[in-house]
Design a protein around this ligand. Structure first.
Ligand SMILES: O=C(O)c1cccc(C(=O)CC[C@H]2O[C@@H](n3cnc4c(=O)[nH]cnc43)[C@H](O)[C@@H]2O)c1
Length: 222
């Protein structure tokens, strides 16, 4: 069986380049589709549609990049593979607190990557597995971090694109993964302390280990 074609969607060129350093070749595409769920969803959907129309569709989509990590589960420098990709701020604020769109009768807030593949990638890379939240606003206070953790006790990391990538993949019936290297703790804002270089190096190392796993992955073995 031929390997599935893989589309990796990152936010910014530095993340794209970090992935491409270890993940290139036939059937592998890495794009920098922009910051935030809407822009990355548009870029991912466009790439998926173009490939499908050309008769060579992708069989797997991966959201990848750096992220904030929730303490103590995901320290700076660690790697996270999502077993759940959840939109954390898609809903309504009410007097009783946040209500997700699903409770308002709309859409979805969670996508689940293929379980067996998540296990294999975690074994190959040493990554932690858990929920990765998608937010439109980077958390900047301890109070917000605590509120997110209270609503999502399984959350290991937050980033800004995973759910957008997953929505585009779901619209095409293609499975999705999210892989994040932690550059900063989720909490009080200290942008100068983000360890971006270390996280990008961890991302490159991870994709070197991920490549052979995806090469031999059978999508019917979910
Ligand atoms: O300035 C640079 O050199 C640089 C290199 C690579 C990436 C960046 C970014 O700023 C990427 C933004 C991207 O990172 C994710 N991210 C990282 N930490 C968090 C966080 O604590 N909360 C939410 N998102 C985070 C996010 O996906 C952004 O798109 C800069």
């Amino acid at each position: 069986m031929a390997p599935v074609r893989v589309l990796v969607a990152t936010a910014v060129p530095a993340e794209r380049d970090a992935v491409e350093r270890a993940f290139t070749g036939a059937g592998r595409t890495v794009i920098a589709a922009g910051v935030g769920p809407a822009l990355v969803a548009a870029g991912t959907a466009t790439a998926l549609t173009t490939a499908a129309l050309s008769g060579d569709p992708y069989g797997l989509v991966v959201s990848a990049g750096i992220a904030g990590g929730f303490a103590p589960g995901a320290p700076v420098g660690s790697l996270v593979v999502a077993d759940e990709i959840t939109a954390a701020d898609l809903g309504a604020e009410t007097a009783e607190g946040f209500v997700p769109v699903t409770e308002l009768g709309f859409g979805t807030v969670t996508h689940r990557p293929p379980e067996a593949l998540v296990r294999e990638l975690s074994a190959a890379t040493g990554a932690r597995t858990g929920a990765v939240l998608t937010v439109s606003t980077v958390t900047g206070t301890a109070a917000r971090a605590a509120a997110l953790r209270a609503r999502h006790p399984r959350a290991l990391a937050e980033a800004m694109e995973g759910f957008g990538v997953a929505e585009a993949a779901a619209a095409h019936g293609v499975p999705v993964l999210e892989i994040r290297a932690v550059s900063n703790p989720v909490g009080p804002r200290d942008r100068a302390a983000w360890r971006i270089g270390d996280a990008l190096a961890a991302l490159t190392e991870a994709f070197g280990k991920i490549a052979p796993v995806l090469e031999s992955w059978n999508p019917y073995d979910q």
